[in-house]
Design a protein around this ligand. Structure first.
Ligand SMILES: [Zn+2]
Length: 135
């Protein structure tokens, strides 16, 4: 299998997300002043203008917002079929994360999903999502 692209982990806005993922923790960015969730993550809060933002621990649970099954081979690192899922976090459904799910599955909108951490070739991990009833 071809190598997958690794995340750039030294970004001011998103680096904390990938650092947490390497520790098998799921986080999302939030404002320490007004409490707004900030997604996609930025160092500055768009709601109140504060730079006092940080990472909040997420439960690792969510609801399936939407998905797409890819059946045409596009890149050798992603054998088909596979499913791209968009999951709304249980902690704040306005925060939605995209994930890769190997294969085609019998999915339903709003079904319970949970995070799993996929090892990466650099010794880290990336959060991905599976149906909560999966083993
Ligand atoms: Zn704010």
């Amino acid at each position: 299998m071809a190598d997958r692209v690794l995340p750039f982990k030294k970004d001011r806005d998103t680096g904390g997300f990938f650092a947490a993922a390497d520790r098998h923790e799921l986080v999302y960015r939030a404002c320490n002043d007004c409490g707004a969730s900030i997604n996609p993550p930025h160092a500055r809060c768009a709601a109140c203008g504060s730079w006092n933002t940080g990472w909040k621990q997420a439960s690792g649970k969510g609801r399936l917002f939407t998905w797409s099954v890819v059946e045409q081979q596009i890149h050798p690192a992603f054998p088909t079929p596979y499913t791209i899922v968009v999951v709304a976090l249980e902690d704040d459904p306005s925060v939605r994360y995209v994930g890769y799910l190997d294969g085609a599955h019998d999915l339903k909108a709003d079904m319970a999903m949970r995070v799993r951490f996929e090892p990466t070739e650099d010794g880290g991990a990336l959060p991905q999502w599976i149906p909560d009833n999966a083993r």
